[in-house]
Design a protein around this ligand. Sequence first.
Ligand SMILES: Cc1cc2nc3c(=O)[nH]c(=O)nc-3n(C[C@H](O)[C@H](O)[C@H](O)COP(=O)(O)OP(=O)(O)OC[C@H]3O[C@@H](n4cnc5c(N)ncnc54)[C@H](O)[C@@H]3O)c2cc1C
Length: 332
Amino acid sequence: MVDGHGPGHEHRHGRPPRGSLAVPAGAVNRRGRPERAAGRNAPLRIAELFARGAPVFSFEFFPPKSDEGYQALYEAIGELKRLGPGFVSVTCGAAGSTRKKTADLVVRIQNELGLTAMAHVVCTGTTREELVESLGWMRARGIENVLALRGDAPKDQPEWRPVAGGFSHADELVAFIRERFDFCIGGACYPEKHPEAASFEEDLRHLKRKVDAGAQFLVTQLFFDGADYWRFVERARAAGIGVPIVPGVMPVVSGANLRRMAALSPGSKIPAELQRELDEAGADDERALEAGVRFATRQCRELLERGAPGVHFYTLNRSPATRRVHEALFRR
Ligand SMILES: Cc1cc2nc3c(=O)[nH]c(=O)nc-3n(C[C@H](O)[C@H](O)[C@H](O)COP(=O)(O)OP(=O)(O)OC[C@H]3O[C@@H](n4cnc5c(N)ncnc54)[C@H](O)[C@@H]3O)c2cc1C
């Protein structure tokens, strides 16, 4: 847990100087193998990584609930670190419920494991004072990247309401962070449209506001059909959104994964072929893993071949599926 978050508040011009490296973390070389950059000297700003043009791989984790969960997470991160990710990210529980755990984990991953780590920051359940405290605490410990999110109501609390005087939408949070801190800020986007938006046009108008407010890159909600991603990218470009749009991919390797996916991304289309293969695999975990890895590998390959700026993997705190997809992508 994070203890003693001070009222840290940093001005945008107070950023410490960073070292630069010939090899960007997360880049792949001509033979498709990840180039490794020494952890602490790696460029830490995610927008800078994307600006270098090579595909950037990233892994998303969530703060575990138990000591065993932390143990398993550190093992998974250790395994995935070998793949040379550009960055990893740590989610924040609904309505900011894990704010301190998230902050603590990103600081530990970055400063102890030497990986560039991004904190998900959720605004609806958090006061401005709490946000300033938490952001200042992370910034003072070298965190350079945050994903600014609105968040949703906790599922089991129908009476839940956003905090009074807080923010209603992510664009307000982006502007708030940008005004007070020197973070590289990312935002979320939805190739199949955010479920609350009345239309794609409306959703894109709001997304443009988020980018204009200071979001320097976007990470998509997970999806399965590359056509949805490319249609969305095209619409976003036509709407004047120029920042990198990173596809979010979740290798689905079990029925439990599918349920988790449905919770993370309500309304997402599940491909019949994947559903059938997982059904056929039944309790045969290895067969299900192979089916999920095969599907996700094909999806990633098609995205990268058409020029996606990288892939953000939803790992569910486990390494095998993501590792196998990554290996399959670079197998010759
Ligand atoms: C990559 C990624 C990571 C995520 N990580 C987390 C996490 O760690 N924790 C968590 O709780 N949730 C997370 N989420 C889920 C996210 O919080 C929900 O999808 C939430 O419903 C929307 O968040 P947002 O930041 O996209 O919101 P917003 O950008 O605010 O958009 C939400 C809806 O409001 C509309 N809208 C946006 N701005 C305005 C405006 N100014 N006025 C009116 N309408 C507006 C949009 O069109 C959209 O329909 C993540 C989602 C993604 C894609």
